[in-house]
Write a protein that binds this ligand. Structure first.
Ligand code: S3P
Length: 177
């Protein structure tokens, strides 16, 4: 796909924790000469705290407010690929910002998420309890929200970020107006 066809429209990657939004997003951005942003990293930069610290000290509601503020600010940009936090799809207000661009859901099987997150301690929502159960429940609760994306990319059979980014680029023209 020629990146001109996007006319500068931002690309928002949504999906569960561990679905590869950051890795694939960086790859995609470099292919189409877009800037790359990650809402979690921007929140950490602005607050000078880790996501874990924000959840522990301020609570999830404060984190969600920061997330919405960052998303609102990113709307001012063009030519950006934006990896979002897994819970961004839950708030209707966030969709008013996401809809400025093209929203792509990276849909990964729970087993793959589990393998990727088993040793990772940076997700406050996965701290306690059984990881597989948590991921299964969250995916179930959120599926309908993710499904509001313009494009769904199933990453079950392919895990190479480069190949997934190419596949996204192939499929974008099918959803451009
Ligand atoms: C969250 C996902 C995380 C981060 C926060 C909450 C969620 O981002 O925003 O821990 O609610 O799914 P990633 O999806 O980048 O892990």
């Amino acid at each position: 796909m020629e990146s001109d066809r996007l006319k500068g429209m931002n690309i928002y990657l949504v999906g569960m924790m561990g679905s590869g939004k950051t890795t694939i997003g960086k790859c995609l951005a470099s292919k189409i000469e877009y800037r790359f942003f990650d809402t979690d990293l921007l929140i950490e930069k602005v607050t000078q705290s880790s996501i874990n610290e924000i959840f522990a000290q301020e609570g999830e509601a404060t984190f969600r407010q920061l997330e919405t503020q960052i998303l609102e600010q990113l709307c001012a940009y063009t030519r950006a690929v934006i990896a979002t936090g897994g819970g961004i799809v839950l708030k209707p207000k966030n969709w008013s910002y996401l809809r400025h661009g093209l929203v792509i859901w990276l849909n990964s099987p729970v087993e793959i998420l589990y393998q990727r997150l088993i040793t990772n301690k940076t997700r406050p929502l996965l701290k306690e309890g059984n990881l597989l159960d948590k991921l299964t429940n969250l995916t179930q609760q959120r599926r309908a929200f993710y499904a509001q994306a313009d494009l769904v990319i199933d990453t079950a059979s392919e895990q190479n970020p480069e190949i997934i980014a190419n596949s996204i680029l192939e499929q974008i023209p099918t959803v451009l107006k």
